[in-house]
Design a protein around this ligand. Structure first.
Ligand SMILES: [Fe+2]
Ligand SMILES: [Fe+2]
Length: 361
């Protein structure tokens, strides 16, 4: 795909890829560009043309991601773009998907029971995503701002530096989870296991918007991990470890890291279903007789327990097999079903009657 340039018309940017419209809006550029070029529009709205083009090109081309170039931009400009992207998810894209799901349910589809499960999955995901965004808004971005200010302060005092020691980009790196995996699972489950019937268009609209959100979030995460993170780490090294700024010391902030790692573990486990909410129904024989997606009976048993919230060690004990075997079964299940998350596996198991919910009708 040809790269977007500063002398092309802004209208042609949209013609080249209409999915760029929300990206343009994020820069505060209203529609109605007339015949104006990208350079003219950006100048009018006081936007760095180079930054706009780099972001737009990276969004449009999977293979175009000039890390070195992106790292030359002002970090506050990058944070500003990321914050506007958060606002777009919170105010526009997530509510839109929720509205589409509600529209579908209001039309009383024949697959309403399964669709309710899908909606629950989406609402759980929404909660996780919003927590993720809030953590960045209230902790990471303010921290980046402070590091930037201090970095540009001549001779910052030790007290000023110490005030920033409670957080670091290393902590961010540790806690920064993938927020697009569940979206992939949701799409996959909708495409494969929920019947569209007479409302195929509405179903497709939901799936289309999920694709859009997933693509946008992947792009956003790539900027956070590959641009924001190394840029701020570099400033941290120069500020706090000037004599060895090329690589941060392994032992620093050991205590803080331990504390954060444990909170990260809590975060990860929080998204898994609480054991006891779901159960293997009485009617399902053991070992399971059904053959789903080529899963073996043992894999179905493991899947049931995973979906009920059992951890690997508990599954090993329950089925009297080794931990290694459980992990191997789980890898096979993920590969065969193409469902990566525990929440996704739970929905799959519910849709296929492998487990039942104590709390859901
Ligand atoms: Fe973010
Ligand atoms: Fe993030």
């Amino acid at each position: 795909m040809k790269l977007l340039t500063s002398n092309m018309k802004m209208a042609d940017v949209v013609h080249s890829n209409y999915l760029l419209m929300p990206v343009i809006t994020r820069f505060g550029i209203p529609m109605g560009f007339g015949e104006k070029t990208v350079a003219t529009v950006c100048r009018k709205h006081r936007i760095d043309v180079d930054f706009f083009l780099t972001i737009a090109n990276a969004f449009s081309n999977e293979n175009y991601f000039p890390e070195k170039k992106l790292q030359t931009f002002n970090v506050l400009m990058i944070v500003d773009y990321l914050q506007k992207t958060h606002a777009y998810y919170i105010e526009m894209q997530v509510p839109l998907i929720e509205k589409l799901l509600n529209n579908l349910l209001r039309r009383r589809p024949s697959d309403a029971k399964n669709l309710k499960l899908i909606k629950k999955f989406f609402l759980d995901y929404k909660g996780e995503l919003f927590n993720h965004l809030e953590r960045e808004e209230t902790t990471t971005f303010p921290y980046v701002n402070k590091v930037y200010r201090l970095f540009h302060t001549p001779n910052p005092s030790t007290r000023e530096k110490r005030a920033l020691s409670k957080y670091s980009m290393h902590v961010y790196e540790e806690e920064h989870t993938d927020v697009d995996e569940k979206l992939y699972d949701l799409k996959n489950i909708l495409i494969k296991y929920v019947r569209g019937d007479s409302m195929n268009e509405l179903y497709q609209e939901v799936i289309f918007e999920l694709f859009r959100l997933e693509k946008d979030i992947q792009d956003h995460t790539r900027i956070e991990n590959n641009i924001l993170l190394p840029l701020v780490e570099e400033m941290e090294d120069l500020l706090f470890y000037p004599e060895e700024h090329s690589r941060r010391t392994a032992g620093k902030n050991a205590l803080a890291e331990t504390e954060i790692k444990s909170s990260v573990r809590t975060e990860i486990h929080r998204s898994e279903p609480a054991k006891g909410v779901y159960q293997v129904p009485q009617g399902v024989p053991k070992p399971v007789k059904q053959k789903l997606e080529g899963l073996t009976s043992r894999e179905l048993e493991v899947l049931q327990l995973v979906a009920c919230g059992f951890l690997n060690k508990q599954i090993a004990d329950e089925l009297s097999i080794s931990l290694h075997t459980v992990i191997s079964h789980r890898k096979n299940i993920t590969r065969k079903l193409q469902i990566k998350t525990v929440a996704g596996l739970t929905i799959y198991a519910l849709l296929n009657g492998l487990i039942s919910s104590k709390n859901m009708s």
